[in-house]
Write a protein that binds this ligand. Structure first.
Ligand SMILES: Nc1ncnc2c1ncn2[C@@H]1O[C@H](COP(=O)(O)OP(=O)(O)OP(=O)(O)O)[C@@H](O)[C@H]1O
Length: 672
């Protein structure tokens, strides 16, 4: 508000010689509180108010000149009202921009204007007070409520009418405001009422230097608290996600729908980027992202890892928001080499476990013939010495059994015993299986059988099946007792006792050039030949007894074998040696419903086995309904068993069935 808006316009000019009484009645009539005084030349000489006129009347002065105040201060009509100071002057003459006197302003006019200003200000503050989102409540020094706005009314479940003038404690529970009165200091506090959370800022109210009350501003922060705790859980989630992403063994990358990378882990750089040229790094990715965005579904891709020739499985998965719109794409890259390694490790462990389980078998080793007794004696002697033993003999004579006996009688009895059937391992995998592989990084590599057998015994069954190019490496390992994993220059020391076995004549293989002579002499330190079963017929009755007990237990029935039967069995050739004898006994137990087997039935069963060639032409018969998976497994079982009856190695069976030897081995194990 400025002077121009409230001043009295200069309507009447009073002169110094004007009569006081006349001027008084004129001023009263026009209700103007005072006026300006001029001389005869119309120049301003002073001013007066009621006070001066009254004083003149009391003093019996006659002319205005005697009471007017000649000291004056001219003010600009655009001056702010609030800047005027009426302590020295009772009236200010007012000048316009042209410096002409246009009126005056008196104390009364000024006070009126200030009162109006105050009212406006008060209304404004009231409006703010009442429309503030936060609750505001003030008290006086006694603790009585002096003001409360609608949000505070709602928080305190009261009304302004009820609350005003009441003691604070009668209206609200937290009484922190009284502390402010007591200490004169403000504070901030968080508190809970019911299930709502509040934040209070409490401050003292001072009038100049003296404390006159306290005001509290209360904010309902329940929603903020919820949002903040949600934010905390989101932060926690982000942390967890980061930990998962950064520690994943797969490469993970998160992009927006344009393929811009938002987050990716080190593995992703390692597996995926390591595989790309600079140019591919820039745009190889985008084609896949575009496809996912266009089709809205997962996209899978298989690429070759140029560094280790293994396969990379790349998947791009869309992440949709609640409106089913794609927001992000998660790309994961998996190096199949790692899965392969794990699978190999698993197979190896299963293999080792199986060996151990075999070890735990209940059956007794039968050696009643003189030749076998002599052999056991020799084994007992050589077992104690850490020399390489070569066990030879036809298939099924018991080479595996004797290898176990050697290990059992040796000082390495409680150390690892790894049996490796060299005939069962595909040629291209054999090197890695025996000696291990480095495969880029330390954790990607895996140990071979030599490392697994460290400190113990390694049984190399069908050693003649090791291909020529690996025989050099094997010889080196045997001589130096050190292995180098494929791809590694570092040698690993191993302390392994070797037992080798072969059903083929190794000397013949040496002559044929498929087995190295130096390796032959290296493993042929202690040769032990196991005679075929037909040359140690004395073992047959005991073997029958041993395995008959075993099957009686397994099939929960007992079948008696008469001396006639035993004689019949002694007359058989046993081309498959002890393994064949066990198979025939089991067949008797499975097929016979009688307590005693007749010579005819026995001959028939043994004769059946001689006619195995014919069995190849026998059709497979489905005689009951079963799940397809089981049927397929049974079919596989039949098929492998049929071929197995004529072929004595996994490799030969595999060749006929046109699968890999490891498949045959795996399936036969499964069928066991
Ligand atoms: N003297 C024995 N006493 C008890 N069981 C025996 C005896 N000899 C062999 N067997 C059993 O006969 C089966 C074949 O034996 P083993 O596997 O040791 O023969 P192998 O000569 O190693 O055969 P392959 O050359 O096919 O590997 C096994 O079940 C084994 O337990």
């Amino acid at each position: 508000m400025i002077v121009k808006e409230v001043m009295k316009k200069n309507l009447v000019k009073y002169y110094a010689n004007d009569c006081i009484l006349k001027v008084t009645s004129d001023v009263m009539e026009r209700d103007v509180e005072g006026g300006l005084v001029y001389n005869e030349s119309d120049e301003l000489v002073g001013w007066f108010t009621y006070k001066e006129l009254l004083n003149g009347i009391i003093q019996n002065y006659t002319e205005l000149d005697e009471v007017c105040i000649r000291d004056y201060l001219l003010i600009d009509e655009n001056s702010a009202i609030k800047n005027l100071d009426f302590t020295t002057y009772g009236l200010f003459p007012v000048l316009n921009v042209e410096e002409k006197i246009t009126g005056f302003i008196t104390r009364g006019v000024y006070l009126n204007a200030v009162a109006r200003l105050s009212q406006i200000e008060k209304n404004r503050l009231d409006a703010i007070f009442n429309s503030a989102h936060n609750g505001i409540l003030s008290i006086d020094l006694e603790g009585r409520i002096t003001a409360i706005n609608p949000p505070a009314e709602r928080m305190a479940l009261t009304t302004k009418e009820k609350a005003l003038g009441k003691f604070l404690n009668e209206v609200v529970i937290p009484s922190g405001l009284l502390n402010v009165i007591r200490t004169g200091r403000g504070h901030t506090e968080k508190y809970k009422v019911g299930n709502r959370m509040y934040l209070a800022h409490r401050s003292p109210i001072y009038d100049g230097k003296s404390l006159i009350g306290a005001v509290g501003v209360f904010q309902d922060i329940s929603e903020i608290e919820i949002v903040s705790s949600e934010l905390d859980s989101v932060k926690q989630l982000v942390n967890e996600m980061d930990t998962i992403i950064n520690n994943s063994s797969d490469g993970i990358c998160i992009t927006d729908t344009k393929g811009n990378i938002i987050n990716r882990n080190i593995k992703f750089d390692d597996i995926y980027y390591g595989n790309l040229s600079e140019e591919e790094k820039n745009n190889g990715f985008h084609t896949m992202i575009e496809q996912v965005v266009e089709e809205g579904t997962r996209y899978n891709l298989m690429e070759t890892n140029i560094r280790n020739n293994s396969s990379l499985i790349i998947s791009a998965i869309p992440v949709k928001n609640s409106d089913n719109k794609i927001e992000r794409i998660v790309v994961s890259v998996k190096d199949v080499a790692e899965i392969d390694n794990l699978r190999r490790e698993l197979e190896k462990t299963q293999f080792i476990l199986k060996n151990m389980q075999d070890e735990l078998g209940e059956k007794e080793f039968v050696a009643s013939s003189q030749s076998m007794k002599d052999l056991i004696l020799k084994i007992d002697q050589v077992a104690k010495v850490d020399v390489t033993v070569l066990l030879t003999g036809e298939r099924g004579v018991g080479k595996n059994e004797l290898a176990s006996l050697i290990k059992e009688s040796s000082s390495r009895k409680n150390k690892p015993f790894i049996k490796v059937n060299c005939d069962a391992i595909p040629e291209d995998l054999m090197e890695a299986e025996l000696f291990g592989r480095l495969n880029g990084t330390e954790e990607n590599g895996y140990a071979g059988f030599f490392e697994h057998a460290d400190g113990g015994t390694l049984f190399l069954d069908e050693v003649g099946k090791i291909p020529l190019h690996l025989q050099v490496k094997l010889l080196k390992v045997l001589q130096e007792q050190k292995v180098n994993r494929i791809g590694s220059k570092e040698s690993i020391e191993v302390d392994v006792r070797i037992i080798a076995a072969s059903s083929e004549d190794l000397l013949r293989l040496v002559k044929e050039g498929t087995f190295r002579e130096d390796l032959f002499y290296r493993i042929n330190v202690i040769p032990l030949e196991i005679p075929p079963l037909r040359e140690r017929l004395e073992d047959i009755p005991l073997l029958i007894e041993e395995y008959s007990n075993l099957f009686a237990n397994k099939y929960k029935k007992r079948i008696d074998f008469s001396s006639e039967i035993i004689e019949t069995m002694k007359n058989y050739e046993w081309p498959g040696n002890v393994r064949e004898l066990i198979n025939i006994l089991e067949r008797v137990y499975v097929t016979s419903s009688e307590k005693e087997i007749t010579v005819e039935s026995m001959k028939y069963i043994m004769g059946e086995r001689e006619k195995l060639d014919l069995a190849h032409q026998k059709p497979f018969i489905i005689n009951k309904v079963m799940p397809l998976k089981q049927a397929v497994e049974e079919f596989e079982r039949e098929l492998i068993a049929k071929v197995g009856e004529t072929e004595n190695s996994y490799r030969k069976i595999a060749k006929i069935l046109e699968v890999s030897p490891s498949t045959v081995m795996r399936k036969s194990k499964k069928l066991d």
